[in-house]
Design a protein around this ligand. Sequence first.
Ligand SMILES: *[C@@H]1O[C@H](CO)[C@@H](O)[C@H](O)[C@H]1NC(C)=O
Ligand SMILES: *[C@@H]1O[C@H](CO)[C@@H](O)[C@H](O)[C@H]1NC(C)=O
Length: 499
Amino acid sequence: MSDLQLRILSKLGELGELPSTREQFPDVDPQVVLSALNSLKAHGKLEYTKQDTVYYSLTTEGETIVAEGSHEVKLLQLVSRFGKLQIKDVAAQLGPNGKVGQARAFKNGWLEKTQDNELIVSSKVGDAAAVVDETREQLLRVVKNETSGLGDKLLNDLKKRKLILPKKETTFHVVKGADFSTELTKLETDITSDMVLTGAYKDLKFKPYNFNSQGLPSQSGALHPLSKIREEFRQIFFGMGFTEMPSNQYVETGFWNFDTLFVPQQHPARDLQDTFYLKDPIQSDLPEDKEYIANIKAVHEEGKYDSIGYRYNWNEEESQKLVLRTHTTAISAAMLHKLAEDPKPTRLFSIDRVFRNEAVDATHLAEFHQVEGVLADYNITLGDLIQFMEDFFAKMGVTGLRFKPTYNPYTEPSMEIYSWHKGLQKWVEIGNSGLFRPEMLEPMGLPKDLRVLGWGLSLERPTMIKYGVKNIRELLGHKVSLDFIASNPAARLDEELYN
Ligand SMILES: *[C@@H]1O[C@H](CO)[C@@H](O)[C@H](O)[C@H]1NC(C)=O
Ligand SMILES: *[C@@H]1O[C@H](CO)[C@@H](O)[C@H](O)[C@H]1NC(C)=O
C-alpha cells in the first residue's frame, strides 16, 4: 500500500470526511490521488465524488492590462493629451496593440476620425481621465476569482481576445466506506487450490475485478510493407491475365542467368565485382536440350538467325558456374524455353528476390526484389510495348509516361520508362523494358513471328515512396524496426505513388 493511501485513510479517520482532497494534498497530482482513491474504494474503505472547477488565469497581455490599463484607455488618454493623433502614428505610440485599442475605442464611442485621418476625442466623452476602464475592471475580477458575475458571454469574449485562459482543477470529496479502517490488509487476487482445500477462502478478502481496465496490445503478426506492395502488383498482373512464374530458386547457372539471355561471357555484369558466385558447389549441369546448348554456342560465337554473334570462343564450363541470380529474367528464359514446346501467346510475371554485388548505401542493397512481366504474342511491335506499358502503369495510377532508348544485352529495342515526380519536380526512371532479341528467343525454338516483350522494375522503389522510407536499409535487413512493420497502414497504389 502506498504512503498516500495511508495518509488519506489517516486524514479520513481524523476528520471523518474530506471535502476536498486538493486542500488536504495540494502537491499531489489529481491523477495520483484518483488512483489511490480507486484502490481504497476497492477495499470498501471509502467512497468519493469528483468535482471539477473551472477558473481563469490571466495571459501576459491580460497581466499588462491589469498593471497599465487597457489598450483603448491608453489610446484615449494619449489622444486627449495631444488633442489629436494621426492614425498612422498609433502603431508608433502603442505598438502592435494600437490597432486593438483603436477598434475598441471607436466601438465605445470614445474617439472619432477627422477628414485628415486624425483621431480626436468624441464630444460624448466628458472628462477623458474619468472614463471607466471596463476591460481592466473585468480582468481584476478574474484575478479575484469573482467570475460568476461576469457571465459566460463576457468570459468567452475575454478568452477570444487572448486576455484570459481557462484552467480546470479537479478535487475529490471523500467519505468513509462500509469497511473503513485506517489499516489495510492485502486483498487476494486469485483463488488457489490450497485456499479451497483448507477452506481459507471463506475468511479471505478478494480484490474485485476491474472491468474498465484495458488489455495489453496484442502481439499479432503484420505484413511487411514490401509484401503489401508486392500483393498489389500481383493483383494488377492477375487482373491483366498474367500467370505467376515459379521463381522460388535463388541459385542459377550462368547459362540461365546470362548465356540464354545473349550476355557474352566477357560481359562486365559477369565479373566477381558485380555477381555473387557460389563456392560450394561451384557448378551444375546444363539442361538436357543439347540442340538448345548448341544454338546458344553458335549464336554467341559466330552468330545465327541473321545475327553475326559476338565472335569469341564460348566456354561451356563458364556457363555451368553457379550464381545467386542477378535478375528474375533467368526464370523468364526457362519459361520461354518451355513455351517453345507449344508456342502460343502467353503472359507471365514474377516478383522475387535478386542479388547484386553492390556497395550498400541509402538507396542500394546487395539484394532486392524485381517485378518482371513477360508478354509473348505474334507480330507485336514497339508500339504495342508502349501501349502496354501505359496500360500497366495506369493501373498503379501512374500516367503520362515518357520512353527513352537505352541498351540492354537481351532486348532490342530497349526503353527506359520515366514518370514525372511532382515532389521532386523531375522525371524519374520507374522501369526498364524492351523486346527480347531473336538471339535469345530463336535458339529456344520459338517461331520467328512470336515476339516477346519484357519489362522490370524494383519493388523497393515504389514501396519506399509509398511509405515515405528514405533509407532502404530501414525497409530490408537488420535495421528494420518491428514497430514500423506492425504500425504501417495497408497500402493503396494511389496517385501519389510517383506523382
Ligand atoms: C482562484 O481559484 C483557483 C482555483 O480554485 C485557486 O487555485 C486560486 O488560488 C484562486 N485565487 C484566489 C485569488 O483566490
Ligand atoms: C506475322 O507477320 C507475318 C508477316 O507479315 C505474317 O506472314 C504472319 O502470318 C504473321 N503471323 C501471325 C500469327 O499473324
